[in-house]
Every structure is written in C-alpha cells, then in structure tokens.
Design a protein around this ligand. Structure first.
Ligand code: DAH
Length: 346
C-alpha cells in the first residue's frame, strides 16, 4: 500500500508543473481524490486491512494525503496568481508620472490679465476691486460724466429693475443700479476708502449693450490704473505706460499720446503704440487705452484736495491687448469655450 501511495505522490509531483489552468487542475484532482481517483481507491482498501495493521496504514494514508494536498494547493495557488496577473495586465511603475488627460489652463484672457497685473505690481501698484453691479453715482456722476452722456442711455448700459436691491451696494432712492460699463468705478471707490498716496490697478469685468461683432462683446474686461500723490505729473503717466508697453510688446515698441476727451481726466489722451515685432500688426499705430491726469472735479467728488494732490489714470480693454498679443482676430472666440481654440494657449 505504501508503494501505491508513493506512486501517487510521484505522479502528482510529476504532473503538477504541467497544470496551468483551473479546468486542468480540477480534472487532475478528480483522478486523485475523485470517486474513482487513485487515492480514493487506496483508501477503499482499508476495509480489507487486518485490524491490527489499521493504525499504521491509516497513518501512512494520512501522511500521504497531507503531502498530496500540499502539492495540489501549491498548484492552485500558482494558477490563481496567474489569473490575477492576467486581470491586472502588464506590470506598471507607479512612480512614473501618469498619463495627463487634459490639464486645465488659465483662460487666455486670464493669462494676459495676470501678466498685466504682475507687471504693475512689480512697479508698486496693488490690486483693487469693486462690485460688478454699481450705482449711477459711481459709474458716472462721481466721474464727472454728465447726465446727457450717451453711456448713461438706457440703450447703452444694463440697468437693473428699480425694485431690485443689492445688499452690499448702497444707493440713493432716486438712482438706478447698473452693471458697470467700465472699471473706472474702482477709482472712486478706492479714493473714498484710502488716503493718498494711492497706486492701484483694478482688473475686472464690464458690460455694455454692444451688438457682438469681431471687436465688440457685451461682456468684456478692463484694467484700470490710478496713481494719486503729491506732484504726480504727465511725465509719470507717460513713463509708466511706456514701461507697460515695452514689457508687454517688446523693447522696440514706441508709444504716443493723442489728445482726446474723457470727463474724468484733464488733459485726456488716447495712447497708441507701434511695434516692429507684431506679425501682421507690425509697424502700425494701434490704439490701446484711454488715459489722462485726474480731473480736479473727480478729486472734489471724493474729498481729496486738488490743490494738494495730482494723479493720473488709465483704462484699457484686456481683450484688446490679448487679441494683439495672441494674434486673435475675433473677440468672440474668447467666449465660445471651444477647446480647440483654448488648447492653443496651453
Ligand atoms: N473708462 C474709459 C472707458 O471705458 C477708459 C478710461 C479712459 C479710463 C481714461 C481711464 C482714463 O482711467 O483715464 O472708455
């Protein structure tokens, strides 16, 4: 009997390495321990063994069984490992950087806004903000914009219904709320809060009832600048804006101030610039902002003494700068959220 058991063990050891699937394993196992299996038939012989030999035989069978079960368990374990490995696929190195599906970027308008903000921060301007909903007073009156100015027309601006209340923006009973038409509101709100010297830039969203076309959008962005101190001169304005243009558009860029009119600056200018490195737009004067020396009437509206202080202000559209820098010829691309467009600025 011991010989038969040894033979079974030998055949298990011989076959084990060749068994690679669960099905093969099950059928092989059946040939050992199934109803007609070799081990089962040896165990059946126990019935015929004389009583006194039974303990010794039983011991032999149990020992053989332990060996066989261990061999079969090892085979099953190997098969399970292989199945798991097949499920997991090829080995990976988890320390490698992952596949990047589509990393987000700042919107191209925000990219240009950040560049402009950082540039002014480096020369001592800090960022000021105010609400997008404001009152007629802050959008117009305090900026010396007269009642008959076209910007105040219902058709030019977005007014809110009379009954609407905006908790964090105070207004007089007889005036209306509107979506600010420019960031110049921030000049007034800052001068009411802070004493000179004041040196701020105010990036933000503005709204006008423009019919959208390649260069107009009802929603757009501006950056406002304001510098108020003793003895601020036109030279300071020119030098600051020259620095801005040369930093953004390259050191070969040139600027010029053209006389213009804004109710809140006197004198007022449009600033143009010209650069040899702008592709299709090279060597043409391009208008990029309005600017001027703060009008004494504006100082009076915020309680700053115009005899003691002077200041300059400027305001420009961020989209305009972005379009020139990024070679975009239609402002509407910026608002369509077309990933094919946006991806180009990654
Ligand atoms: N607020 C003006 C506009 O939206 C732009 C502007 C012009 C701003 C001259 C200024 C300035 O601060 O001094 O058209």
């Amino acid at each position: 009997m011991q010989e038969q058991l040894n033979a079974i063990i030998a055949s298990v050891r011989d076959q084990a390495p060749k068994i690679n699937t669960r099905a093969d394993f099950e059928s092989f196992k059946a040939t050992i321990s199934g109803p007609k299996g070799s081990l089962t038939s040896v165990m059946k012989l126990m019935g015929q063994v004389p009583k006194e030999d039974k303990p010794a035989m039983g011991k032999c069978i149990n020992e053989a069984k332990t060996v066989i079960v261990a061999e079969l368990d090892a085979v099953l374990e190997r098969i399970e490992q292989a199945e798991l490995a097949a499920k997991l696929g090829p080995a990976i190195d988890p320390s490698l950087p992952g596949v990047d599906p589509n990393r987000g970027i700042l919107h191209p308008i925000a990219q240009v806004r950040e560049e402009m903000v950082h540039l002014f921060q480096r020369i001592g301007f800090s960022v000021a903000e105010a609400t997008e909903v404001d009152t007629e007073h802050f959008c117009f009156d305090a900026l010396n914009i007269p009642a008959d100015h076209p910007a105040r027309d219902m058709q030019d601006s977005y007014y809110l219904p009379h009954e609407r209340s905006v908790g964090n923006v105070q207004k007089n009973a007889d005036e209306k709320y509107l979506l600010r038409t420019h960031t110049s509101t921030v000049q007034i709100r800052t001068m009411l809060k802070e004493k000179p010297p004041i040196r701020i830039i105010a990036p933000g969203r503005c709204f006008r009832r423009d019919t959208p076309d390649a260069t107009h959008s009802a929603n757009f962005h501006q950056i406002e600048g304001l510098y108020v101190d003793r003895d601020v001169s036109l030279l300071d304005l020119k030098a600051t804006l020259d620095h801005f243009v040369k930093t953004i558009f390259g050191s070969k860029a040139k600027t010029r101030l053209r006389p213009s009119f804004f109710p809140f600056t006197e004198p007022s200018f449009e600033m143009d610039f010209y650069s040899p490195d702008l592709g299709k737009l090279s060597n043409k004067w391009l208008e990029i902002m309005g600017c001027g020396m703060v009008d004494p009437e504006v100082f009076k509206s915020v309680g700053i003494d115009p005899k003691a202080y002077t200041g300059f202000a400027f305001g420009m559209g961020i989209e305009r700068i972005a379009m020139i820098l990024q070679g975009v010829d239609d402002i509407r691309y910026y608002y369509q959220n077309d990933v094919r467009f946006l991806k180009q600025f990654a």
